[in-house]
Design a protein around this ligand. Structure first.
Ligand code: NDP
Length: 295
């Protein structure tokens, strides 16, 4: 069984990204990432801090906007528009979920698609669906594709089952795996809460992508011998023995399935580190596109 080391692969992506940022710096360009947080959700705050820190470590121009929970839709739109106009900012991310009075879909649509490094704007969703490489692909599924590639897991002609159909993970993951060419060409099934006989569907997979949001949801009865498993889930479970009183587990019961799998990502240390690495990579891509090499 191959334990896919997401931390090591993310470190490799970050090194590549750093090299691209250095090449831009030689032309006087510094990639700029703006992260906007509304409210004081603790988990979101932690994500925003780590994105800001990682961006600064790579020498990016990093803008962190922490706005109060009372921020109105109009005020948030004004912040997004200001960042759209700021030539030092190449990537914009508004941390999800915002407070309930914010219309998140309208905020996403307000971001300049050329700065939408999360890949959630309808223009970028459309480009992914149309195999147009000039868009941005959402960071988590992009990270999963890279994990499969780095682990040497063939996708061509193989059967992939994705459990979960969200816009940020399941749906773009399906589009990526069914694309023509290397890293794609899979036969893709997407399962969700209405799927009948989920265990039989998932057991048919050579490659399982779990994006459900339920701790240890997939067990031995779901995974066939020799399958590769990418566990996107990040779930908190109470653990009185852990310093914080909880620990993080995936959507897959790792211990129950590990010895049947050809390869599996752990949680933590699998998909998680890849998401932020791909965000920074997308930001450098945005900066490169805003500043094409002459000729
Ligand atoms: P969503 O809640 O948006 O989607 C969950 C999906 O799982 C839905 O499509 C839902 O089906 C499906 N589902 C729920 N219950 C069942 C069930 N009993 N049987 C089959 N399918 C079911 O979650 P996200 O896609 O945003 O996230 C999924 C997980 O990935 C979470 O744990 C999240 O924390 C994690 N995550 C991790 C990231 C990382 O960086 N590693 C980034 C993003 C997310 P239906 O559509 O029918 O409701």
């Amino acid at each position: 069984m191959q334990r896919i080391d997401g931390a090591a692969i993310a470190a490799k992506v970050l090194e590549e990204t750093r090299a691209r940022a250095v090449a831009l710096a030689e032309r006087g360009i510094r990639p700029g990432l703006a992260v906007v947080l509304v409210g004081d959700d603790m988990a979101s705050r932690a994500y925003v801090r780590s994105k800001d820190r990682r961006a600064a470590e790579l020498g990016f121009h990093s803008v962190k906007k922490e706005l109060p929970a009372s921020t109105t839709q109009a005020e948030l739109l004004a912040v997004v528009n200001e960042l759209n106009r700021d030539p030092a900012v190449h990537g914009i991310l508004v941390q999800s979920p915002p407070p309930p009075h914010i219309d998140e879909a309208e905020i996403v649509r307000a971001i300049d698609p050329c700065k939408d490094v999360d890949g959630f704007h309808p223009v970028n969703v459309g480009k992914l669906a149309m195999d147009d490489p000039t868009g941005f692909v959402p960071c988590t599924p992009l990270g999963c594709i890279r994990l499969l590639a780095e682990a040497g897991i063939e996708t061509t002609g193989r059967r992939a089952v994705i459990v979960g159909r969200s816009m940020i993970v399941g749906k773009p993951m399906a589009l990526l795996l069914m694309r023509k060419g290397v890293g794609g060409d899979a036969t893709v099934t997407v399962a969700h809460s209405r799927s009948r006989d989920l265990a039989a569907i998932v057991r048919s997979a050579d490659i399982v992508i779990a994006a459900v949001g339920r701790p240890h949801f997939l067990g031995a009865e779901h995974i066939r011998e020799g399958a590769a498993v990418i566990d996107v889930g990040i779930n908190r479970v109470d653990d009185s023995a852990a310093p914080k009183g909880y620990r993080l587990v995936g959507d897959v019961d790792y211990d129950a399935v590990a010895d049947r799998c050809a390869a599996i990502t752990p949680v933590p240390g699998g998909v998680g580190p890849m998401t932020i690495a791909m965000l920074l990579s997308n930001t450098v891509t945005a900066a490169e596109r805003f500043n094409p090499r002459p000729g």
